[in-house]
Write a protein that binds this ligand. Sequence first.
Ligand SMILES: C[S@@+](CC[C@H](N)C(=O)[O-])C[C@H]1O[C@@H](n2cnc3c(N)ncnc32)[C@H](O)[C@@H]1O
Length: 330
Amino acid sequence: MKRKHGRIYQIYHVNAFEWLAKRNEASIHAVVTDPPYGIVEYTPEQLSKRRNGNGGIWRLPQNYDGHKRSPMPRFTVLTPADHLRIREFHKRLAPLLYKVLVPGGHVVLSSQNLLSHLVIDEFVSAGFEMRGQVARIVKTLRGGDRPKGAHKKYANISVSPRSCWEPWLIFRKPCQGLVRENLFRWGTGALRRESEHKPFSDLIQSSPARGQERRLASHPSLKPQAFIRQIVHAVLPLRTGIILDPFMGSGSTIAAAAACGLCSIGLEVNPLYFKLANRSIPALAQYTPSKVNGNEARPKRRHEIVGYHTNNFPLTKRTKVKSAILHFPL
Ligand SMILES: C[S@@+](CC[C@H](N)C(=O)[O-])C[C@H]1O[C@@H](n2cnc3c(N)ncnc32)[C@H](O)[C@@H]1O
């Protein structure tokens, strides 16, 4: 994507599968995404149950300290048929991503400890190399519960471990030739270091997006800028090419790419989330993460974000966003 007329990102209100099927081969350089883990949680039926507090996959975590909790998808309620649907989703997705990626292109995809084996299986079957996982250290209020209906009797028992980290799976489309040859030809095949002396690392401390950041983008699965900027920074080793987020939600990946001065494309099927992304991307791109709870960012210098553009949707407009702070050295 050229930075023609100052555009650094494009977002589309579209079904990702349809868009990917039409997209040219070898035209995307990296994918960073947070897909619907359990596939069902973003269906209109489940979203309406979430709104009405009415069962379904969205459950309120156990309230052990008096704080108000937001509902979160509970993956232990998924049935074998749901697992099959998760497989089918990724069986469709992985070959489409393989097609649109250039050789050496990375996919970094958020996952979930109870489901990641299904995703890995389908991506490896599609031809991707498994290149590791980033452990995002985050307490999500999942797991650690005492047996239901017998909390007192089994006061020293947890049914499952208390979840303290979230896996982000790393895949790569095989390189053409050696990594250095692939870097030269396609600009991909490797990960950008945090600095000359510090490689990108697979352990990142990152608490959930809260406070002002959440007010800027009220999506139930909002990913924090301090985390996602580290990922987008890593996936374009030479800082050239396009990052795709096929399930962008409120657009946190697109905002992170814009904040880092990288080109990106975002897709979202839900009209309400697409509208939200239209507003929240420029706001999140300018947002400066605080230093609390591991959401540490290291502002380096000011940079102008050069605007955005949407199509396939009546909200078409362009906005100029000024003076976002870059958090990583260029
Ligand atoms: C886990 S959320 C992503 C949230 C995002 N990381 C953020 O920070 O806002 C997944 C998103 O994928 C969208 N989605 C689900 N199926 C889709 C499809 N087939 N095409 C495009 N978007 C889809 C859902 O509406 C949801 O907003």
